[in-house]
Write a protein that binds this ligand. Structure first.
Ligand SMILES: Nc1ncnc2c1ncn2[C@@H]1O[C@H](COP(=O)(O)OP(=O)(O)OP(=O)(O)O)[C@@H](O)[C@H]1O
Ligand SMILES: [Mg+2]
Length: 398
């Protein structure tokens, strides 16, 4: 079994000096205040008698994600974890978002935010016929600014390979899930690496350990910790974690069914802060010795417990000192520090090029790569040229 406790060891070692990579980035703080998300009520629900025209999926979400801090986004199935991750990352193409989302104190502008953020989907699609290193080089060359020279990009790709612990398998073919090539766990790490080579300062991850056994989940989690140790901001949805994985996180955003917050704050040593918060609510059962705090929390705050005790955990959170502290923290972090410049990029995207020109400008490809609903088949021809004839750095396949 992988030594998951090495999370905390590596953390301590690096706390004093964050791991430096060849490409610098500005650490980013993400703040969100009173975020609401609605969709048009689905026809089926209206037929069943739900009269509201809009269905609220997220309600009054306020919090912050900070550099070098690993934030877990948890809650029961259907609580709205992926929705919140998508809203924060700016990936929602339908629905209505209200509230304020800021990056480094500035209101989030999606065109620029996309350049400093990455998103690891729960089930990412990788090209099966290329190697791990080729996947990373493709992503790096597509998404890093053209002004960065090839030598630096190559060095950065190598550093990412080491950070995600993919060394030793960089020449392996990605293959087809369940049939050939990389295992599920290795694919999850490749997904993280493909995002990391774009040098984002904020990375969103949707359930990176789901469908993995304990050992595989521990390996992925160690890679995630290595990334946060570089000073990046990570928000990560997580489902039924083991104690070790749960306690590898620094902070917790916890949603209940219906998409409202019931906890937002630090986990504490051995989850002490979370345990203390929920145990102090009258009627909540105390945690038993050696019980997984994540499992206990999920059970102790379920809808059935709410109706049994006649309480609403989100109302309790809203009247807590923790909520007041969070509002104050978000207020402080919402002022842009003077040393940060608002990001301004030249070369606006030219959508006319889509589908007409094989040589997509880097910016266009970058945006396309961000869109999960666009299949990458359109790039295949261009990519083959890129790898086989235009890229001397790759060399022959081993
Ligand atoms: N476009 C939509 N129309 C109607 N309902 C939606 C829409 N998008 C999300 N929902 C509902 O919002 C709720 C939250 O969905 P979401 O996928 O964010 O939950 P989750 O916490 O990520 O769940 P899981 O643990 O299963 O991944 C669910 O009840 C889902 O059915
Ligand atoms: Mg989800």
């Amino acid at each position: 079994m992988e030594d998951v406790s090495s999370f905390s060891h590596s953390r301590k070692k690096e706390e004093s000096s964050k791991v430096k990579m060849v490409l610098p980035f500005d650490p980013s703080t993400l703040t969100f205040q009173n975020v609401q998300y609605y969709v048009d009520t689905p026809q089926e629900m209206r037929k069943e008698g739900y009269v509201q025209r809009k269905l609220q999926i997220l309600s009054d979400i306020t919090g912050a994600a900070k550099p070098g801090v690993l934030t877990a986004l948890m809650g029961p199935s259907g609580a709205g974890k992926t929705t919140l991750l998508d809203v924060l990352a700016g990936r929602k193409t339908i629905g209505y978002i209200e509230g304020e989302i800021r990056a480094n104190g500035y209101p989030k502008v999606q065109e620029t935010f996309a350049r400093i953020s990455g998103y690891c989907e729960q089930n990412d699609i990788h090209s099966p016929q290329i190697t791990v290193k080729e996947s990373l080089i493709f992503s790096a060359w597509m998404r890093l600014p053209a002004c960065i020279d090839s030598k630096t990009k190559t060095k950065f790709v190598q550093e990412v390979i080491e950070t995600i612990e993919l060394d030793g398998m960089e020449d392996a073919l990605v293959g087809t899930p369940g049939l050939s090539g990389l295992s599920t766990e290795q694919r999850k790490r490749l997904t993280i690496a493909v995002e990391l080579v774009a040098n984002p300062s904020i990375i969103f991850m949707d359930e990176p350990t789901t469908s993995l056994d304990a050992r595989a989940a521990a390996i992925v989690m160690r890679a995630v910790k290595n990334v946060v140790d570089t000073g990046r901001t990570i928000v990560c949805t997580i489902h039924q974690p083991s104690i070790d994985i749960f306690e590898a996180f620094d902070e917790l955003i916890y949603l209940k069914n219906g998409g409202s917050l019931i906890y937002c704050g630090p986990l504490g040593q051995n989850s002490s802060k979370v345990i203390e918060y929920f145990e102090n609510i009258p009627g909540v059962t105390k945690i038993k010795d050696n019980c997984n705090p994540a499992t206990w929390m999920l059970e102790a705050t379920s809808s059935s417990v709410e109706s049994e005790l006649g309480i609403d955990f989100s109302e309790i959170y809203k009247s807590s000192a923790l909520y007041e502290n969070n509002k104050e923290l978000v207020r402080q972090l919402s002022n842009p520090p003077s040393r940060f410049q608002r990001c301004v990029f030249s070369n606006p995207i030219c959508p006319k090029l889509l589908g007409t020109d094989q040589k997509l400008p880097m910016e266009t490809a970058f945006i396309l790569l961000e869109k999960s609903f666009i299949q990458l088949d359109a790039f295949r021809v261009h990519y083959c040229n890129f790898v086989d004839s235009r890229h001397p750095l790759l060399g022959p396949r081993k």
